[in-house]
Design a binder for this molecule. Structure first.
Ligand code: HEC
Length: 133
């Protein structure tokens, strides 16, 4: 087998394996480069359940508002009513497998829930919590 074929064969084997663990460790490495320290699943869990008051509406918001308390179950978008597939990777193997998707939704959902972006530390903590569910 020449070198080029070997590379292609190796990519074919590796590509399907580059899933959740890789997406999460990629992102956590990025967050650490941005100044975060060790990530804590416990801190992630606390933040996941923490309530924030929306300044404009006075509404209480938390991650569970749409994803519900039981992450093995489906959630429902509080505003659109759209079904959200379970967040726990054990119940939904597609969860947390795409860096782009995770970044997009952490950005959007932190802004909506906390009223601000999550810090690198908070995002890493949240992923540490979610990945083991
Ligand atoms: C207003 C409703 C809503 C709230 C509140 C919410 N989310 Fe989400 N979240 C969604 C929707 C909709 C999606 C995208 C659809 C999907 O992935 O099923 C999503 C997707 C995600 C994803 C992407 C998962 C993946 O597989 O890539 C992450 C991570 C996430 N949310 C984290 C959070 C965190 C952390 C909070 C609290 C800070 C939060 N969400 C609060 C609606 C919400």
């Amino acid at each position: 087998m020449n070198c080029k074929h070997f590379t292609i064969a190796a990519l074919l084997i590796v590509a399907p394996l580059s899933t959740q663990a890789d997406a999460i460790s990629d992102l956590q490495a990025t967050y650490q480069n941005a100044g975060a320290s060790q990530f804590s699943a416990t801190a992630g869990k606390t933040l996941w359940h923490k309530g924030f008051t929306d300044v404009k509406s006075g509404q209480q918001r938390q991650c569970t508002t749409c994803h519900t308390e039981n992450l093995q179950n489906r959630g429902e978008h509080i505003r659109t009513g759209k079904v959200i597939e379970p967040m726990a990777p054990s119940a939904n193997p597609e969860r947390l497998t795409q860096v782009k998707k995770i970044k997009k939704w952490l950005h959007r959902n932190c802004k909506w829930t906390l009223g601000r972006e999550c810090s690198a530390q908070e995002k890493g903590d949240l992923l540490a919590f979610l990945k083991n569910l």
